[in-house]
Design a protein around this ligand. Structure first.
Ligand SMILES: *[C@@H]1O[C@H](CO)[C@@H](O)[C@H](O)[C@H]1NC(C)=O
Ligand SMILES: *[C@@H]1O[C@H](CO)[C@@H](O)[C@H](O)[C@H]1NC(C)=O
Ligand SMILES: *[C@@H]1O[C@H](CO)[C@@H](O)[C@H](O)[C@H]1NC(C)=O
Ligand SMILES: *[C@@H]1O[C@H](CO)[C@@H](O)[C@H](O)[C@H]1NC(C)=O
Ligand SMILES: *[C@@H]1O[C@H](CO)[C@@H](O)[C@H](O)[C@H]1NC(C)=O
Ligand SMILES: *[C@@H]1O[C@H](CO)[C@@H](O)[C@H](O)[C@H]1NC(C)=O
Ligand SMILES: *[C@@H]1O[C@H](CO)[C@@H](O)[C@H](O)[C@H]1NC(C)=O
Length: 396
């Protein structure tokens, strides 16, 4: 099932360069969208009750949709894949990133959610429910930078998640205000100690993705040579353990989501414990970000509506920084002042690893990707919304 062709990024870029710029049409002109707003007078008020959109002339069915969270994650894709060929303004996207960008052929599209959970969920819901796209066969490559647990991955590494966990969905205390027998200020909802399984489940705690698709993505990413820098190597060397002090690598490990951007041994350990608890020991706390659970929650709901296929999602996070300092450095220094150097290689590796995956999708579309890569594992959320029985969660 694995690809036999090894492609360099240069060949990906040159192969696509020809088609990328050939047909610069404005999608909005082509679609000829007209907004019809129904004004209804009721009780003396003008209600803008309905806002319908004419069916677009040409619905786009991309093979792959790249999901970025902010500008630096978007930029590397634009030029090599010709994604400014079509700019499509989709109602409900972030005010900062109102446009979807697609190549001329409409095979590769990209949108930017905006950062953190609320932006990720809102933008993704708007995109998935937009009438401009038919996404039933589309693969989603969520490709962003992240922090990392130095015990699992180092800066510049490319991680692929099977599980996504929303770790800060807990009670929170400042530890100074708790008895000294509490190891952390975070306590699962509906529980009274940090190690108790939560009594209240909201539904977005854990998502599980197609592991067969993930294995193929990891294989492809592992064919590339990852970017690294001298600054990154210097900071990395301060850690006296692996893989923190090793060169960047491709790693299969899970992503945690929180609006709070933390640093420090104790919080990291506390969230690591929660990740293990909520996933019944399956998920490994590795990369840290502010969006993935929110994006995946919107995707579970769209998949339940038949708008997309939850087995066509890859969560790839490249490591820009460590979630805790090396020995002898303060957590405060690690987050706010240290020159970790990981940002540049993390951004570069989004295109290096992700470009290989996108190219594979185009090359093997008919035989492999169009029919889909059947998951061998449970996929979906903690409620079993998409069918099947989760291998984590409170159980029936
Ligand atoms: C799409 O937007 C970019 C950035 O604003 C712009 O450079 C490009 O010309 C636009 N493409 C089209 C087809 O209008
Ligand atoms: C969306 O595309 C699929 C094929 O990928 C097709 O079977 C389906 O009919 C399309 N849906 C709509 C609403 O056009
Ligand atoms: C801490 O001790 C108090 C009683 O002194 C007890 O009620 C509480 O359950 C303990 N908490 C933990 C997390 O052990
Ligand atoms: C976030 O999503 C991951 C998997 O996608 C899941 O394992 C995790 O439980 C989710 N966490 C929360 C708190 O929703
Ligand atoms: C990547 O390839 C190397 C050998 O080239 C191998 O040792 C390693 O296990 C591979 N990593 C993954 C995640 O497949
Ligand atoms: C994490 O769990 C371990 C094992 O139960 C415990 O010893 C440790 O104190 C926990 N860490 C935090 C920060 O709560
Ligand atoms: C997960 O762990 C909790 C708490 O130990 C347990 O009640 C539940 O049955 C487990 N779920 C599964 C699917 O094994």
């Amino acid at each position: 099932m694995l690809v036999k062709h090894i492609l360099s990024i240069a060949s990906i870029i040159s192969a696509l360069a020809g088609t990328a710029t050939s047909a610069r049409v404005s999608r909005q002109d082509a679609l000829g969208l007209r907004r019809r707003t129904a004004h209804e007078k009721r009780n003396g008020l003008v209600l803008h009750k309905r806002s319908t959109w004419d069916a677009p002339d040409g619905v786009i069915s991309p093979k792959v949709f790249i999901v970025s969270m902010f500008e630096p994650e978007m930029e590397p894709w634009i030029e090599p894949f010709g994604l400014y060929a079509q700019n499509i303004t989709v109602p409900g996207l972030s005010p900062l990133f109102p446009n979807v960008h697609c190549d001329a052929a409409g095979e590769i599209c990209q949108y930017t959610t905006g950062e953190s959970e609320i932006n990720a969920a809102s933008s993704t819901t708007a995109l998935l429910h937009s009438p401009y796209f038919n996404l039933t066969s589309t693969f989603f490559l969520i490709a962003g930078i992240a922090g990392a647990n130095p015990h699992i991955a180092t800066t510049g590494s490319v991680t692929f998640a099977k599980f996504a966990v929303q770790v800060a969905l807990e009670y929170e205390f400042v530890t100074r205000e708790l008895p000294s027998n509490y190891s952390t200020g975070y306590i699962p909802l509906g529980a009274d100690a940090p190690d108790q399984y939560p009594g209240h489940i909201y539904g977005s705690e854990v998502f599980e993705l197609d592991d067969n698709l993930r294995q193929r993505a990891m294989y492809l990413a592992n064919l590339t040579t990852l970017a690294d820098t001298a600054t990154t190597q210097k900071y990395r060397a301060l850690y006296d353990y692996a893989p923190a002090n090793q060169p960047p690598a491709v790693v299969g490990c899970d992503v945690v989501t929180s609006d709070a951007y933390w640093s420090g041994e104790l919080l990291a350990e506390s969230f690591g414990n929660y990740t293990s608890l909520i996933s019944n020991g399956s998920a490994v706390y590795c990369s840290t970000a502010q969006e993935d659970n929110a994006t995946l929650e919107a995707m579970v709901r769209a998949a339940a509506t038949g708008l997309m296929d939850f087995s066509r999602i890859i969560v790839m996070r490249t490591v820009s920084d460590f979630d805790r300092p090396p020995k002898g450095e303060a957590a405060f220094t690690n987050l706010l002042f240290a020159s970790q150097g990981g940002f540049t290689p993390a951004i570069d590796n989004i295109l290096i690893a992700g470009g290989m995956i996108v190219k594979d999708m185009l090359m093997y579309w008919d035989d492999t990707y169009a029919p889909g890569i059947k998951p061998g594992n449970y996929i979906g959320d903690i409620f079993g919304t998409l069918g099947g029985i989760p291998d984590f969660g409170p159980g029936p």
